[in-house]
Design a protein around this ligand. Structure first.
Ligand SMILES: *[C@@H]1O[C@H](CO)[C@@H](O)[C@H](O)[C@H]1NC(C)=O
Ligand SMILES: *[C@@H]1O[C@H](CO)[C@@H](O)[C@H](O)[C@H]1NC(C)=O
Ligand SMILES: *[C@@H]1O[C@H](CO)[C@@H](O)[C@H](O)[C@H]1NC(C)=O
Ligand SMILES: *[C@@H]1O[C@H](CO)[C@@H](O)[C@H](O)[C@H]1NC(C)=O
Ligand SMILES: *[C@@H]1O[C@H](CO)[C@@H](O)[C@H](O)[C@H]1NC(C)=O
Length: 170
């Protein structure tokens, strides 16, 4: 291996980190129709796949509507009691940092007119299948899977580095 190879590997790893971080998706609720009454956001949600590290964003008239994160009871009954977050800027970006089902509703009355959305956030896609030798390092990549925001890029970076350490140096 030439002496410049480690630098090239490092540059490649950093590039992968940057490029794949940019791949985290911002899901705009209702697309160009935004967060408004009279929509069926179940149809919108069914059309999207959410992964840990993605954003969900709500765009609306802040004098009329807002966003609350609630549990299933709040979603089903349009109540904000026990909510775990509220936003009201009119252009809210919310990080989906856990693999779970999230529930959001409007807290100003719009909920009963359809302003409610529930999304399932999936764990990061598994890293590509590797050889048995690469698998020795997979625990480091697996440990990184739970990280919030930008986690996908971080996992790929760690995975790349473990591949490099496993094959380039030994
Ligand atoms: C929205 O669409 C879903 C899926 O087709 C349907 O099950 C649900 O009843 C609809 N909700 C309303 C309020 O129309
Ligand atoms: C689902 O996605 C397709 C392709 O982006 C789009 O044309 C369609 O309008 C979407 N449907 C809904 C209900 O958002
Ligand atoms: C939700 O609303 C339904 C119907 O209004 C009611 O029967 C039920 O008790 C409510 N559940 C909670 C937890 O408030
Ligand atoms: C949702 O939160 C309310 C208020 O804290 C609580 O009474 C209710 O049991 C919770 N529902 C679920 C499904 O966890
Ligand atoms: C909204 O969230 C803030 C903290 O971010 C909290 O202080 C406030 O009480 C919340 N409002 C409601 C109505 O839950």
């Amino acid at each position: 291996m030439s002496t410049s190879a480690p630098i090239l590997h490092l540059i490649a790893a950093v590039l992968i980190l940057i490029l794949s971080s940019a791949a985290a998706t911002d899901h705009i609720v209702g697309a160009n129709r935004g967060w408004n009454p009279g929509m069926n956001y179940t149809l919108w949600a069914n059309n999207h796949t959410f992964y840990v590290g993605d954003l969900i964003s709500f765009r609306y008239q802040k004098t009329q509507y807002n966003v609350f994160e609630v549990n299933k009871t709040g979603y089903d009954n349009c109540t904000t009691e026990g909510n775990t977050g509220n936003w009201s800027s009119g252009k809210d970006f919310i990080l989906l940092d856990l693999a779970k089902r999230y529930y959001f509703i409007c807290g100003t009355g719009g909920c009963s007119n359809g302003m409610k959305v529930s999304v399932v956030v999936h764990p990061l896609p598994p890293p590509p299948a590797s050889s048995s030798k690469g698998a020795e390092h997979s625990s480091a990549a697996a440990a990184a899977v739970g990280l919030p925001g930008g986690g996908r890029g971080f996992v790929m970076c760690v995975f790349y580095l473990s591949f490099w350490l496993g094959f380039g140096w030994i």
